[in-house]
Design a protein around this ligand. Structure first.
Ligand SMILES: N=c1c2ncn([C@@H]3O[C@H](COP(=O)(O)OP(=O)(O)OP(=O)(O)O)[C@@H](O)[C@H]3O)c2ncn1[C@@H]1O[C@H](COP(=O)(O)O)[C@@H](O)[C@H]1O
Length: 121
């Protein structure tokens, strides 16, 4: 039996991390699209400061959801944050693979050890 393509059509609706790769591609494809028909293109047209501001707002909404609204809101606000972060990556020329590689590089290094290595004394 052939394994499903990691990047094939199923990735768009797969309820797992592949959906993030698909989202990143859709977002990157919206660069240069018509702002009248695409929210993403509208954000790109507003420029880097607006995109960064939206990431900050959505991150704050995740925090509010966690402390005051409950887990369902954390899910929806996290999705908003990841979408806007994807727009920020595309706008700054960061590829998702660079972020995945940085996360992979950190496996096996305790956060406490990493913190100690840059804390004097
Ligand atoms: N995942 C998302 C996604 N998540 C959130 N949003 C939009 O992000 C906006 C954030 O909500 P806000 O309440 O902050 O929006 P707002 O008040 O209009 O904010 P301002 O932009 O005015 O500051 C909403 O309009 C949401 O619809 C998204 N828009 C698009 N996507 C994905 O991007 C794809 C391409 O979308 P288009 O670019 O619109 O074709 C879609 O098919 C989706 O897969």
């Amino acid at each position: 039996m052939t394994a499903p393509e990691p990047d094939g059509p199923a990735a768009a609706s797969a309820p797992d991390a592949r959906v993030l790769d698909h989202l990143n591609r859709v977002v990157a494809d919206r660069k240069g699209a018509d702002p009248a028909t695409s929210y993403t293109a509208k954000l790109f047209a507003k420029g880097p400061n607006k995109i960064a501001q939206k990431v900050g707002e959505e991150a704050t909404e995740v925090v509010i959801a966690a402390v005051a609204e409950g887990r369902d809101s954390v899910v929806t606000e996290s999705a908003d944050l990841l979408y806007h972060l994807s727009v920020l990556w595309a706008q700054t020329g960061v590829t998702p693979d660079e972020v995945w590689a940085e996360l992979a590089r950190r496996f096996g290094t305790s956060g406490l050890d990493e913190k100690a290595s840059r804390t004097p004394g």
